[in-house]
Design a protein around this ligand. Structure first.
Ligand code: IPM
Ligand code: MN
Length: 354
């Protein structure tokens, strides 16, 4: 009997449902070719539901998510909802409640013309960022006193425990081993200034590497320097591991060197639990319903989901379909409205190439 998986599908806001639709097309072909079954459970979370009911991500839905094998998210963000409410109420809540402690961001350039860097080709932009996804400044530890007075003090603390750092660094080492390319793990931090929190990462990276991952080279960049090297010499990197906020910042830079939000995908991963996959692009409300948004990031996210579910061959086929689609000569640009094809046509093309 073929394997079957339960997947919660959150189209979400703006163009989210449209790109999800195209990803499902690709997943349809992958299922029939590779002999597995995805059972979808749709959810209407997002701005519309919030405006109607005041709910973002209810605890009862979190409990339902725990029983799924994966979550597939289109986008959240609504022009009539104050920024922060949906991001914190849905995205961050899911990450924390489901302990999705890894944010995995493959950075891969599929074709030369999408790269804004001079003289760089697909072979030069191919690395993975493992961002710690539930700790650090995002935990919200800190506070404010004397608010609104001239003496106001506010703190937001970079909180990290050894086990939280260690599980993330371990995931990254294992990933570098499985990826089997340069077999190098670059820690990105700011240990020259963050002598407490940074030092904890530096020691964990070294001790774990020396003890359990002697086949993986150890490398280190300060985060400010990493932003320069991403532009100057992206070919240096294989796997990068970093704390939450630094990872948030450098993965946006990384997204643009792989061609931008039209292709960038990410996974919020709990290696022992339920993971959530998403295109990085956001809800792009002005393009909603016009068949102009690029669905390739959602298709890449679907491929990542298959990999995490253990359908490695199908995941590799989706990745090859991404490359073939982008090198078909039919897609002019990755930008919404300038692709030369519609959202649905790009989805059809990708599905035909799986
Ligand atoms: C991301 C996003 C989120 C983050 C926001 C929307 C809360 O920027 O997934 O990178 O900061 O993690
Ligand atoms: Mn971000």
């Amino acid at each position: 009997m073929s394997k079957s998986y339960n997947v919660a599908v959150l189209g979400g806001d703006g163009t989210g449902p449209e790109v999800v639709q195209e990803a499902l097309k690709v997943l349809e072909v992958a299922q029939s070719k590779f002999g597995f079954k995805l059972n979808y459970q749709p959810y209407d979370l997002g701005g519309e539901r919030y405006l109607k009911t005041g709910e973002t991500l209810p605890d009862s839905v979190i409990e339902e998510f725990r029983k799924q094998d994966a979550i597939f998210l289109g986008a959240i963000g609504h022009p009539d909802v104050k920024p922060g409410i949906l991001e914190v109420g849905i995205l961050l809540k899911a990450r924390f409640a489901l302990d999705q402690y890894i944010n995995l961001r493959p950075v891969k350039l599929y074709r030369t013309e999408d790269c804004p860097l001079k003289d760089k080709e697909p072979k030069d932009v191919d690395f993975v960022v493992v961002r710690e996804n539930t700790g650090g400044i995002y935990t919200g530890v800190g506070g404010v006193v004397q608010k609104g007075t001239p003496l106001e003090i506010a703190t937001q603390v970079m909180v990290y425990s050894r086990p939280v750092v260690e599980r993330c660094v371990r995931f990254a080492y294992e990933y570098a081993r499985r990826r089997n390319k340069k077999k190098m793990l670059t820690l990105v931090h700011k240990s020259n200034v963050l002598t407490h929190a940074g030092d904890l990462w530096v020691r964990t990276h070294k001790e774990l590497g020396d003890r359990e991952f002697t086949d993986i080279k150890q490398d280190y960049n300060h985060v400010d320097a990493a932003t320069m090297w991403f532009v100057k010499q992206p070919e240096w990197y294989d796997v990068i591991v970093t704390e939450n906020l630094f990872g948030d910042i450098i993965t946006d830079l990384a997204a643009i060197i792989q061609g931008g939000l039209g292709v960038a995908a990410g996974g919020n991963i709990n290696p022992e639990g339920v993971s959530m996959f998403e295109p990085m692009g956001g809800s792009a409300p002005k393009y909603k319903g016009q068949n102009v948004i690029n669905p390739l990031a959602a298709i890449a996210a679907a491929g990542m989901m298959l990999d995490t579910l253990g359908e490695h061959e199908a995941a590799a086929a989706v990745d090859r379909a991404m490359t073939a689609t982008l090198n078909s000569g039919k897609i002019k640009s990755l930008a919404a409205g300038r692709m030369g094809l519609g959202t649905k046509e790009v989805g059809d093309l990708a599905a035909s190439l799986v």
